[in-house]
Design a protein around this ligand. Structure first.
Ligand code: 13P
Ligand code: SF4
Length: 362
């Protein structure tokens, strides 16, 4: 590979696309089977083309858990890299090319406030009658909280199954941080609307009466994904009017009103598989992040694929993982330097792993 004189990130900013491509490929080759690159479906084309595996959150965490490779470079967001660190062995190192690649939804729930809410809820409902379920889009300390309380983690692809698992064991579920995934899953399980309540983190008792808490089957934290909030019922109506026979497929982080009038709903992996398996000449409108939809359109030229919203719904934090950062972390690895390692503290890791393993065995 080319001899680089400096490993400062700034020195990568002005490199041409061709040079970055060449240097990433060279560094990847030099690392050989010591390295695994994982890429989430929302990653930009110039990054995901270097991934050994692409997937949704579930598939990527399974892949990380299976891998014996020394270094795992995670092209995704911070909670995904944390999850990979939790499920991998002590000698393995997980690297996130840009540590500022977070998830705004995950940031909406923090341990202090979740513990406060848990105390209020269990004072009314009794701790034996409720289990916590955290969406994988959450910080490691919340996963650890679930591990300690006999709870579990879920991803968008198995949220329903996980909530059912919890409700088979207890009377209620406290679900965080995504209100919409929680509500969409509860509806699929046939939970009546008046047994689904929202916990507003700044209001006393989350804005609920004691009776409503006692009656609830599922209590939803009021977090959301700002990308998926941009899809609205009027967008579904627009496409239905203009393209009779069109299929609308959306991610379960979309609001209930959108999911209710769409044809299909599922994780990023499910969306890709479903559209790919559809007959040629079918027409689709897809409600999820734009990098995924644009790539699907390119890869499936025999179908007509629309983006469901007129607004550009881009996950700006996923987008922080760019070829510049990928090249920088890989060339450092070749030089024997680990930069941007994501490390979950041991005690947190131990409990979070319990909650994650419960999910992975389901
Ligand atoms: P998936 O698990 O469906 O890939 O979803 C991850 C995510 O962050 C969606 O916004
Ligand atoms: Fe988080 Fe939304 Fe981005 Fe997914 S799309 S990583 S939920 S901010």
């Amino acid at each position: 590979m080319a001899i680089i004189e400096s490993y400062r990130m700034e020195d990568y900013l002005d490199l041409s696309e061709e040079e970055l491509d060449r240097r990433i490929s060279t560094a990847k080759e030099a690392m050989g089977d010591r390295l695994l690159i994982l890429g989430h479906h929302y990653q930009q084309d110039d990054v995901i083309k270097f991934a050994d595996f692409r997937g949704d959150s579930l598939k990527l965490s399974q892949e990380a858990a299976r891998s014996q490779r020394e270094f795992i470079v995670f092209c995704g967001v911070h909670f995904m890299a944390e999850t990979a660190d939790i499920v991998t062995g002590d000698a393995q190192k997980v690297i996130l090319p840009d540590l500022t690649a977070g998830c705004s939804m995950a940031d909406m729930a923090d341990l202090y406030n979740v513990e406060r809410a848990w105390k209020d809820i269990t004072n009314i409902a009794g701790e034996a009658n409720i289990l916590p379920v955290t969406y994988v889009n959450s910080t490691a300390d919340l996963k650890a909280f679930c591990g300690k309380k006999d709870g579990v983690v879920c991803t968008s692809s198995i949220a329903e199954k996980v909530i059912k698992w919890a409700l088979d064991r207890t009377d209620k579920v406290f679900f965080f941080p995504d209100e919409h995934l929680g509500r969409n899953s509860a509806f699929k399980l046939g939970i009546p609307e008046d047994e689904i309540i929202v916990w507003h983190r700044d209001a006393p008792l989350g804005g609920n009466s004691e009776n409503a808490i006692k009656k609830a089957k599922i209590i939803l934290w009021n977090g959301f994904c700002s990308v998926h909030m941009l899809f609205l019922p009027k967008h579904v109506e627009y496409f239905r009017e203009r393209y009779p026979g069109i299929k609308i497929i959306v991610h379960p982080e979309c609001r209930r009103e959108v999911v209710a009038i769409s044809d299909l709903c599922g994780s990023t992996e499910y969306i890709i598989k479903t559209v790919k398996a559809a007959p040629p000449d079918t027409v689709w409108a897809v409600g999820t992040e734009i990098n995924l939809v644009n790539r699907l359109r390119k890869e499936q030229p025999d179908k007509t694929i629309f983006f469901l919203s007129p607004t550009v719904c881009l996950c700006s934090t996923m987008y922080r993982i760019d070829p510049q950062h990928l090249c920088w972390v890989l060339e450092n690895l070749v030089a024997g330097k680990v930069v941007n390692q994501v490390i979950v503290p041991d005690e947190e890791k131990r409990w979070a792993k319990i909650a994650l393993e419960r999910m992975l065995t389901l």
